[in-house]
Ligand binder design. Sequence first.
Ligand SMILES: Cc1ncc(C[n+]2csc(CCOP(=O)(O)OP(=O)(O)O)c2C)c(N)n1
Ligand SMILES: [Mg+2]
Length: 585
Amino acid sequence: MRRAASPSGSPASDQAVELFAGLVEAGVREVVLSPGSRSQALALAAAEYERAGLLRLRVRVDERSAGFTALGLAVGSGSPVAVVTTSGTAVANLHPAVLEAHHSGVPLVLLTADRPVELRGIGANQTTHQPGIFGVAVAWWRDVQAPGDGADDADAARAAAGARALAREAVRAALGQGTPDDGLPLAPGPVQLDLAYREPLSAAVEALPEVDPEADPVPTTRTPRRVLRLAVDDVPATVVVAGHAAGPVAERTARELGAPLVAEVSSGARFGPSLVPSYREVLRDPAFGGRARRVVVFGHPTLSREVPALLTTAGVDVVVVQGDAPEAYDPSRDAVVVDAVEVVAGPADPDDTAHRAWVGRWVQAGRARLAADDAAPDLAAAGSDDAAVRARFLRDEVDLLRRPVTRASLAESVWRVTWPHDRLVLGASRLIRELDRLVGGKAVRVHANRGLAGIDGTIATATGIALAAAREGGRGGTTRVVVGDLTALHDVGSMLFGVGEERPRLQLIVGDDGGGTIFDGLEVAATAPADAMRRVQTTPQQVDFSALAAAYGWRHVLATTRSELDRALVAPGEGPVLVEVPLRD
Ligand SMILES: Cc1ncc(C[n+]2csc(CCOP(=O)(O)OP(=O)(O)O)c2C)c(N)n1
Ligand SMILES: [Mg+2]
């Protein structure tokens, strides 16, 4: 039966089609959805837009996987990603990804289907309190009443325009494009459109409305509001810290200021002449960290105790460039927080002798400490003028390749094979710290979920990053995700690619040490009884990773020696592969 003034016969479908039109016009290109009944109009509309080549659609049974896949797609593409779920617990399963996206400022537009008001609060099936369910993790949300039949065509046209405008506003909110006056968020992050629908929950969509994807996309970058001018020190005493997602601006600022650069492995700034290796030891040294008087922080540092210690030292002035995060990283609660810094000319020159010496001493000190680390490769011997030294180095190398993989050698191998067209994703826990400790400078793209450093959703996040990379000139590259065994097992459900879903070129590298061994290095290990420690902290596992990979249709490679690992890493093949790496220390 065709209803009055509903073009399709279902107001739900009419609205869904217009919402996606608004999303596409605002710049959304990717949608991740999980199946359900109440959300069918949204799902079917998304499928139509995919067929028309206006959106790419990824389908995941588990909303937790869907959420993290969307997060990875948004990080990888730099654009907002939409997520569609049905009502009830389906929505709640987005919560971990929503928290991570909030804390790291990643734009997601959540379209959560809901029951209309008359079915709320009466014990109706699959009905809970969805508007605002994510609390402060969602800075902008709307409780959208169920669309009804319009009285006439003018009514229908008004509803269509309203839905498009709402979608556009959601994208502006997700991208943090608000102003202090319009009530929209000032930082990017997840936003929620809670969309109530009445029956009929969908109708066949015969034709999509006019959509121009290039007409007026919402800008994905924001204009900095608070810009601080910084002059080069008269007497060099500045250090630049690049935490997670700092970006190349941190490296450039270090050079412009004549300052050493402390850059975490997922900072996007771990390269360049000012980079200090083994920064933790150097910061601890009173002759280096002890001499810093000004610190400029980019991104979100999470991997060391030395950085917060430095930022809370009396007499150290801290400038924090907030970036996309909703909270500035300010352990002293006393920093000058800005959106950008601009280095201005002053009496001193960053290239004068004093500044070059200051940076040079930090870099040299870091190199010396790295060289003293047994786990680091002896690059001096590799390049020695003495043929006998070089030959010995080669013999040692061949011998090394037959040895079991250690955490340090895994970190080193993965870093060695990673190039700018690749993507590297690092799970939380020990391995990211191992890379942070050991690897040198290289301008490669590294991601890690450091917003909340959860061990959840890492496979799905990497999947999203791999799918985004496949779209943007990264076709030749490989996405590698390096995780501990528990981190892998936490997200096994994300190994599921349904029939017809794009299977990205992804290497899931599992460093298996039989449980969560990070706790061995914490104070608790010294005080807890060994058996209790094992049972409640380490939580050992003996999963058969080969059978697991087979069950999900992934290839599997067991890499027990360093040469087997190196071979596996450089031969990714097509589609996803699980590289199981039993770890010795
Ligand atoms: C969702 C979530 N649950 C629990 C934790 C606490 N946690 C941090 S590391 C870790 C163990 C990780 O084990 P594994 O992945 O095997 O890495 P390993 O430390 O052994 O290298 C746990 C449970 C967390 N960060 N996130
Ligand atoms: Mg482990």
